[in-house]
Design a protein around this ligand. Sequence first.
Ligand code: SF4
Length: 183
Amino acid sequence: MSSTSASPKIRVATTWLDGCSGCHMSFLDLDERLFELAQRVEMVHGPLVDTKSLPERVDIGIIEGSISTEEDLVKARAFRRRCTRLVSLGDCAVNGNVPALRNRFPLAEVTDRAFRETVTLQPMVPSQGVPKLLKMVLPVHGVVAVDVYIPGCPPSADTIWYVLSELFAGRAPNPSEVTRFGA
Ligand code: SF4
């Protein structure tokens, strides 16, 4: 009697950089579709799972948030190196969105405003235990090549489901058919 082996699961990793986690919350809004996802996908890394180190080989990497710190740079580059397909999830990842509002001002002015001018108790710009801010906030594709862009703030669960389903089927999704900036 011949035996059939189940197809290997698709290895997916996610991360959030400079964002509000809203895009990941939208991911969780897949609700009962998460059960179907669990049949097909192994979540190998990300804030939604316990595994915190990024494996060497990942099929689909999903990045929420923009590149605002040196730590974000390192994470985005690691995702690009290790993920076959890289997805920019949400407006912050795709175009900088809210985090990039600070690009209109010199970084020193921004940090002074946030940590000195508007603080009454021990005003000081933190320098220890926090990642160093970049002078400018960048979208993910400002640092590494991106394969799929999903606009939206956040993109809806239906949009995320559409993109994942297309990728799982080996097709190139066109998210602009189902979402737009600020959607
Ligand atoms: S795109 Fe919107 S929901 Fe997603 S991380 Fe940015 S601000 Fe939050």
